[in-house]
Write a protein of this length. Structure first.
Length: 103
């Protein structure tokens, strides 16, 4: 399995963990098109931060590297990497490549 698909699965696993703490109407979908943040996002800021922390922990467990997803670089991008599960997976894949994690 390629890193991109593995990362996507880790994000979905993290979404499932967060969903366990949310009421049914606030739970997130589990597709690459699921909106995580922004106009149509269902998470409040605390829920979003919790999701990112959970994802970072999963990435560290799986790839044995510590990354910070929500940094100045991510926040300054014209197209937010936090918009959907797919865009977040692309961004994390790029971060891992920069950290020379084998693909």
């Amino acid at each position: 399995m390629g890193n991109r698909k593995m990362i996507q699965n880790l994000i979905i696993k993290s979404v499932q963990e967060i969903n366990e703490q949310l009421p049914q109407e606030q739970q997130l979908g589990q597709s690459t098109k699921t909106v995580l943040f922004g106009k149509d996002g269902k998470l409040d800021s605390l829920g979003f931060v919790s999701l990112l922390v959970t994802i970072e922990q999963c990435i560290e467990d799986e790839f044995d590297v510590s990354i910070t997803i929500a940094d100045e670089r991510a926040m300054s991008q014209k197209q937010s990497p936090f918009r959907t599960i797919g865009t977040l997976a692309d961004y994390i894949d790029m971060l891992l490549r920069e950290n020379q994690i084998p693909v």
